[in-house]
Design a protein. Structure first.
Length: 78
């Protein structure tokens, strides 16, 4: 296993950069080095967030409570 020329950290042969100091790793021979974080072939679909029913109920109750509180306060002050 090779070591970084800048900080002497052990390097994985697939890395393009040192994970500790960010120094570019020189490729030795005709080896193709994939991306430092994830190889190009691995693409994950984007994460989608789904609001569940309990969360929607809490939001509706909070809005309803706020409207009721403002109505009571307006009646009391008015």
């Amino acid at each position: 296993m090779a070591a970084c020329v800048s900080c002497s950290t052990a390097l994985d042969p697939r890395w393009k950069y040192c994970v500790d100091c960010g120094t570019p790793v020189a490729a030795v021979g005709p080896v193709t080095i994939p991306g430092a974080i994830r190889p190009e072939g691995e693409r994950r679909p984007p994460v989608t967030r789904v609001i569940t029913t309990p969360v929607l109920i809490v939001i509706v109750l909070a809005i309803t409570g706020s409207i009721a509180a403002f109505a009571v306060a307006a009646q009391w002050l008015g």
